[in-house]
Write a protein that binds this ligand. Sequence first.
Ligand code: ADP
Ligand code: ZN
Ligand code: ZN
Length: 816
Amino acid sequence: MYFVEVILPLSLAKTFTYSISEAEFHYLKIGMRVAVPFGKSKIYTALAIEIHQNKPTLYDAKEIHQILDEFPVVTPIQIAHWQWIASYYMCAIGDVYRGAMPSALLLESETLISQNNHQVIDPSQLTDDEFLIYEALQQQSSLKVQDIIAILNKKNIFPVIQKLIDKNILVLQEEIQESYKPKLVRYIRLHPKYDSNQGLSELLESLKNANKQKAVVMRYFQISASEKKPISVKKLANEANSTAAIVKALIEKEIFEDYFLEEDRVIFKGKITEKELQLSAQQNRAFLEIKESYLKKEVCLLHGVTSSGKTEIYIKLIEEYLETGKQVLYLLPEIALTTQLVGRLRTYFGNKVAVFHSKYNNNERIEVWNQVLKNSEKAQVVIGARSALFLPFADLGFIIVDEEHEQTFKQVDPAPRYHARDAAIVLAYSHKAKVLLGSATPSIETYFNAKSGKFGLVEISKRYGNVMMPSIELVDLKDKYFRKKMTGHFSDILIEEITSALSRDEQIILFQNRRGYSPVIECITCGHVPQCQQCDVSLTYHKHKNQLRCHYCGYTMAKPTHCQACSSVDLTTKGFGTEQIEQELISIFPQSKIGRMDQDTTRGKFGFEKIIDSFKNREVDILVGTQMLAKGLDFDNVSLVGVMNADNMLYHPDFRAFERSYQMLTQVAGRSGRAEKQGKVIIQTYNPDHNIIQQVTTNNYGAMYNEQLYDRQIYKYPPYFRIIKVTLKQRDFEKLKAGSLWLYEVMRQNLLMPVLGPEEPVISRIRNEYIRTIIIKIPQNISIGITKKAIQKMLNSFEAVAQFRAIKVTLNVDFY
Ligand code: ADP
Ligand code: ZN
Ligand code: ZN
């Protein structure tokens, strides 16, 4: 009797036992995938985590259908890491497995498959099975895997489908819905007929009477001699002071030929930059201190002010790990930032840099997955957002978590609700790898760990090249409104500063916090504000589409002409968002080009990059944006940053509101003045004397930290207490109320620690489900493991109560 223990890609905490033959017993290895039947008629891709001879006692083991791999695609370290995530973040191991693997590696009977319409298919090249699938897809736009099982009349079909996916003939339906449109960049090279030097003089001769074209060709030779990177049409036109039209004419003449590459998949030819990176004295000191801390500690915090050149220090460290053959993982808070960084890293590490993120299609994700598994040179440095943490690293040496304070490192939904920074530290431990956390505004938790000696701490207090920190000026809004010195939302000082920056051809960033504060329509007669019918929120007014919209469920309606409550036609807009700031700017500065960056303008896949590019290329003078602007962007011509209203962040009902306000304001301020000149920041606020505003102004991270730490201790928050947030949801208001009260009482009586709630959150209904939350605060001296076991037990009893069965409960450990 031979068995395999597997994880199923379902929200199930248990593993399952299947029976295998003796031959399979000898062939199968931990980390291989197997197709297994589950439930009445479903088939899933499961992961083998143990091969044994212990017959299960509670059920008869079913047979597996088939082994899917020839070698393990998941490593033992990964499996252990996933188990840690499941246990620490209190979720099912199946959830972690499902979230960790590219979906094309997790085929199941319900998976929808379609033909890839971008691929020319030659049916004569297909095997019989492949042909039958192909033929069926000529009749139907998509098929479920279980339909294919019926068509081929056999169970073991995952490998056939997998092969067709690998060959790019089939794609998963989810990708079609995603409609992946990578950004393509147009590059040029000399036409192959000039590959050997013959004919070059002929070529130049032929351009004798076309001076403009000749100049472009000459410039092309210069650039390609000094840089080994591909040359884009845009770059050539720019550097030759020419136009894209002239480059195009040269393509038509077959002197150049063009080709397209996705921006972050550009392959570098030849050698990488020969210019050696020279660290400044300060950077070098930090670099040595970090290495020194690694003699004793596994994790180090690099706390360096904005523009201190942290990236260059990362690069120097990466270099050392690569020399020893180790793999490096570079985590970023936001996918949109990868393109910029990839370019920077590839000039040093060439094709050793790979990118991994959820917006890549399955083929690309599987490609990186396999490269990482085999420790291929092509993916020795992996850049990615939090999910890159799940790759099958063979020999990981170093993890960088850049902008470690960013809350996007914490996954909110669905489970696993892990924190990538914390999970990275645990992963590094199993690889005996080192971790570097970088930030200008570290999270309170991380700084606490560094101060208490758990992490190393290295600080840089000056900007690279002795660029001065920006000077920050506060504008008291109360006073300005009182003296009638406001034009819309702009104070006279802000307008003056914008005018003067524009006159010097410098660029400006205006920061308007999050769209939750966007305008609403209000009835002047009765005060009614239109609400979403499914969620407990006001609808946001979008001027340019003339509609009202719910940001929680996506519901939209045309802007009403009269009040729904009293029928009055006197409606006004209240509050202000980026769109309104943009409108006001257009009327105050009609000559300037104005751009806007918020969730609406960056909706498309590369919307963010487009806006960043046009701002970098100085096609935009003033950029208005939300907190997206605060994330590690590097602009060299911005001399003024304006914060429209610093207050609405401060008064968020959240224990991290002050810390976050400090981080956000300091980060946006940091976008100002990167070149030789000191930048300027204007912060408009009703509370110029507020401690946080003062700490931002004086760049006093230490004061902010001490004050927040004191509050956290008094009010029982991290780092002194670990927080678990329990969320309960149901459509029936009364049942939810009863259920959450029941659970709260059980927890309060059985856990010897603060339990708060059950609370109605600020937004207490989303998509017609009512919401209640309970907060558990676990003190440092109580074992978190034992507490979690106790909580799990209570949840099990809760689920056993019939009347509560319809209530959905989710847990968020270390809730952010
Ligand atoms: P941070 O990430 O700390 O905000 P960056 O790494 O973006 O700072 O550096 C800020 C600017 O200074 C960048 O334009 C970078 O290219 C430049 N810079 C930093 N260190 C060096 C160095 N050693 N040599 C050349 N340029 C540097
Ligand atoms: Zn009304
Ligand atoms: Zn809604």
